[in-house]
Design a protein around this ligand. Sequence first.
Ligand code: G4F
Length: 304
Amino acid sequence: MVRRVALEDPSRRLGRLESVVDRLRLHAASLESFPSIYQVFRAVQPDECYHLAAQSFVSYSFDDEFSTLNTNINGTHFVLAALKDIVPKCRFYFAGSSEMFGRVAEIPQTETTRFHPRSAYGISKVAGFDLTRNYREAYGIHASNGILFNHESPRRGFEFVTRKITSGIARILAGQTKELRLGNLDAKRDWGHARDYVEAMWAMLQQDEPDDYVVATGRSHSVSEFVRMACGIVGLDPDKYVVRDPEFYRPAEVQLLIGNSAKAQAQLGWRPKTQFEGLVCEMVAADCESLGIDVPVAKPIEVE
Ligand code: G4F
């Protein structure tokens, strides 16, 4: 399901689907319109529904709390309500977020850690999480929540810090810019590879019973560590290029996230295959390659 505007301008809007688009049937609908979602469910009669759509940029949710809350909370409610009416046997995945933990109550965070969101985005995800659990308990829907920690890849949007760093480094090497402007370098995140995390989403819907799962690597790194590792791969000195810019600080920051995915590992047989170092290498290499820069970066480190 994609917005109509994307179907009308596929080369600009659907670039990241290029390699699979021949095998997909895309339907136009909007999270803001219950009838449009209803019609897609009626036409498709899905067996599984992965609800990933949202205003997902935490920083932007401080600029526009209203649209973040409206789209994310109502959108999730619309999807669940349509599913219950039309395909109550359809299995449902909700993309919860480690942002729900916010000012963390314990370290590491698990499925039972108390939520304390620090942004409209985090609040909207707590609401979506509760709606999903309520549809499971009240209506017997096979509805599961993934509490996914940050998951990255070369396909990440340029506004998120990992891609901003790796694409910025490539642009510095290409002579297109002389600096990398960032906000809070001390924030720590548990960064994993999106490819691994999608496997966990799928595994949740293959279980006999729906449930809630933390998906994380169990390792946390600061933004500063990410910058140093990415620069180190290509031999740049970060102190010469990184500029701290107050514009990129948030009114309320989530300072530390680190997840414990023991439940997902035990019940889903899931575990992260790509380590932090491999993720950073892959992202730097991809951004350099896209600008025609030949950098001898190591291949992603996979652990079986
Ligand atoms: O990359 P970020 O914007 O991701 P954030 O806020 O952690 O959220 C991402 O992960 C969540 C899961 O935990 C998802 F639910 C959410 O949708 C999204 O995918 O920022 C990461 C950290 C923050 O602490 C931020 O303050 O990096 C810090 N940071 C420092 N300088 C910056 C910058 N973030 C951005 N985007 N841009 C900066 O210049």
